[in-house]
Design a protein around this ligand. Structure first.
Ligand SMILES: Nc1ncnc2c1ncn2[C@@H]1O[C@H](COP(=O)(O)OP(=O)(O)OP(=O)(O)O)[C@@H](O)[C@H]1O
Ligand SMILES: [Mg+2]
Length: 319
């Protein structure tokens, strides 16, 4: 049984413009010690998906449906109090998008990291200090960082502190939302190496959210490509990179600049869809180079190409 199974997840928001379908029937699973990448352009619903698994929902939720099962236990219907006490941060933790800039400026690093431990368990101050020290070491920081304030840290160090914060209660699942997009490439590489080490050392299951498919493939065993709130394609990273079946995945890959050869990166034409009023049929059809008759009529279902690889496209339906 996979550690995490998500089925038909839906998260819609009520807005003045109508109902925004940010996550629309998304299903996937993640095994023990496995990393799944969720890749897609801005506004495709990646953060919403992460927040739905943490059950951290804004007030204007219109629909929150589907199943989230952890080691076979259904979490979606768990009473909020139980979810807060036993699941959020303890089983599933998240490094939020842009959180580097949201560290509390007046709290020392050790107090920020230890807070959940001191507030929700009977751990003593001394034990908490030791745990923080161990965690700092694990994320590649020296123990003297514990006494520093956030403004005394570089971006890369802040990101490591955030990872330590997420790991303090020893979760099984770690959701990372664009964890390196504010960092320069050399620091980005260091954080990716750290994540790979933590993944195998802690046997962590990771949901790695990013707009950067190349970055995701570095750590992820499998990749899920989202478009307009839906999963367009999902499969092993290598298959997605070398034999993508969905035209959107193909265009996403063609948009990556290459170091060798004379091929110029191609840009994806058109605009990202409005999720309050998505295109009819296949949501990608207005931008798709292969559009044909059925595409604007009906949304294709996610077609299973083989046990591990699925894609949502009428071209595949035909063959
Ligand atoms: N609380 C909210 N109320 C209304 N609409 C929202 C809310 N949060 C997000 N949205 C909308 O839902 C859609 C998905 O947003 P989300 O932040 O999940 O996308 P994303 O893929 O994480 O984007 P990015 O790559 O820019 O971080 C967008 O159209 C966004 O405007
Ligand atoms: Mg986001």
């Amino acid at each position: 049984m996979p550690r995490l199974q998500v089925k038909d997840m839906r998260l819609y928001y009520s807005t003045l413009r109508g109902v925004v379908r940010a996550v629309d029937y998304v299903s996937f699973d993640i095994g023990e010690g496995e990393a799944l990448g969720i890749v897609g352009e801005s506004g495709s619903g990646k953060t919403s998906l992460g927040l739905s698994l943490m059950r951290l929902l804004p007030r204007n939720v219109h629909t929150f449906e589907g199943s989230i099962s952890l080691n076979g236990t259904e979490l979606k219907t768990l009473p909020e109090e139980e979810f807060r006490r036993n699941v959020r941060w303890r089983k599933i933790a998240m490094v939020f998008q842009g959180a580097m800039n949201a560290l509390n400026p007046v709290l020392r690093v050790e107090d920020q990291i230890a807070e959940p431990l001191l507030n929700t368990t009977s751990t003593s101050r001394e034990e908490a200090r030791k745990r923080v020290e161990d965690l700092l070491k694990m994320v590649g920081l020296s123990k003297e960082v514990a006494r520093r304030y956030p403004h005394e840290l570089s971006g890369g160090m802040k990101q490591r502190v955030l990872i330590a914060m997420a790991l303090i209660l020893d979760p099984q699942i770690l959701i990372m939302d664009e964890p390196t997009s504010a960092l320069d490439v050399s620091i980005q590489a260091q954080i990716m190496n750290l994540m790979k080490r933590l993944k195998s050392k802690l046997n962590l299951s990771i949901l790695f959210i990013t707009h950067d498919i190349a970055l995701a493939s570095d750590i992820c065993d499998r990749l899920g490509v989202v478009y307009a709130g839906e999963l367009a394609e999902i499969g092993p990273s290598e298959t997605i990179l070398t034999a993508p079946k969905h035209p959107y995945t193909q265009l996403l890959l063609a948009s990556i600049p290459k170091l060798t050869g004379s091929e110029m990166p191609k840009f994806i034409p058109g605009q990202t869809p409005d999720l309050a009023n998505p295109p009819s049929g296949c949501r990608f059809h207005p931008r798709c180079p292969y559009v044909f008759q059925p595409c604007s009529q009906q949304n294709p279902s996610l077609i299973i190409l083989n046990q591990q690889h699925s894609a949502r496209c009428w071209l595949l339906e035909k063959s």
